[in-house]
Design a protein around this ligand. Sequence first.
Ligand SMILES: Nc1ncnc2c1ncn2[C@@H]1O[C@H](COP(=O)(O)OP(=O)(O)OP(=O)(O)O)[C@@H](O)[C@H]1O
Ligand SMILES: [Mg+2]
Length: 401
Amino acid sequence: MASNDLVVGLEIGTSKICVVVGEGRPDGTLRILGVGQAPSRGVRKGEIVDFETAMKCVHEAVVDAEQKSDVMIRSIYVSVAGGHIQSFNNRGCVMVPEDRDEIDEQDIEDVKVSAREVSIPASNAFLHSIIQHYHVDGQDGVLNPVGMLGEKLEADFHIIHGVRNRIQNTIRCVKELPLEVEDVVFSALASAQVVLTQHQKNLGALVVDMGGGTTDYILYVDGAVKQSGVLGIGGDHVTNDISMALRIPMARAEKLKLEEGSCVLGNCLPGETILLKDDSGFAGKEIERETLNTIINLRVREIFELLKRKLEAEPFINYIGAGVFITGGCSLLDGIEHLAGESFEMPAHAAHAQTIAGLTSAFENPQFSTAIGLIKYAQAVQAERPARGFRRLIGKFFSYG
Ligand SMILES: Nc1ncnc2c1ncn2[C@@H]1O[C@H](COP(=O)(O)OP(=O)(O)OP(=O)(O)O)[C@@H](O)[C@H]1O
Ligand SMILES: [Mg+2]
């Protein structure tokens, strides 16, 4: 197969590395060919902390993906997360030159540049400028101003930025393999591409990708991204709490969470216990089921409360018609929809990638949402490329809206 038909997404997560291989079809759709995985080491809270180790894990996942999908991978779309990622909304404005009365592609580029004329920390780089709405001579709700008559073009953008070196570490980790980096994409933006339909984005929706070390989020109102960010807290904290509170090893706590854990309180029989069998270096233990669920409930509730408080700094959370969509590995926690619904006071759903062709049940894992989302993102960017005279800007970090 010609390699330029392939689109590959890579998530370097805190718990696992995931590589998804997609194939572009002549009819413009994409099909998933395979998913490669490797346990993640050298990553904390979504950021690389041991370069050599992380690189080895990425290599392992890439080789696995190559074998599963029977292709050679040359280039990759990679996601980034981490507490350094920040965002804000800003409006750009350009005047159309007097010798021309039609808005053209250059004006679209210029208005994006204008929206970025705000000071961000010197150590940071722009990751995305995502278009929300255009306004032409004060007319709101313009979807595509190219070709329209106008004197003044304004545009609202959601702008995402992060610490340049940390983003570069992710890029270098891939380039050293050596693989080409096609683009760097904020992880929740990638997940949202496959977790939400366009209709849900239009109704207003919040995507919460709860992984091992981070909880990444992105909020849509009227089809446009309004808020996004990362909390450096995730499922590993739940496991850690279980380990500390019940005085059991981390590996045991993780297994217990996955096999027996629930966010729901008051669902157990009085005095119901779980027997942890003895193991090398572990004497075995009997623990109360309600105690386990209380530990999980408290931590997950805290994560939701923290996120809610962050979101409430702006009014957009009040305009979410479709509700909250939880994805990432933690969305597999029993009862998480109920707890999210209670915390955010709106309908909540556990979600995995849906809106892509060729998805079989084998790929219906919420831990793959980001990597599968990268494929969908890539498809959208590539569809835009010829129209927008797209240039590859790795190093400058560019954006798709
Ligand atoms: N069946 C399950 N029930 C509960 N939790 C689960 C289940 N499966 C996985 N998890 C949890 O999901 C988390 C890993 O999720 P995921 O693979 O999405 O993280 P990641 O992408 O590697 O990390 P991050 O995005 O935070 O850097 C771990 O905390 C793990 O314990
Ligand atoms: Mg993740």
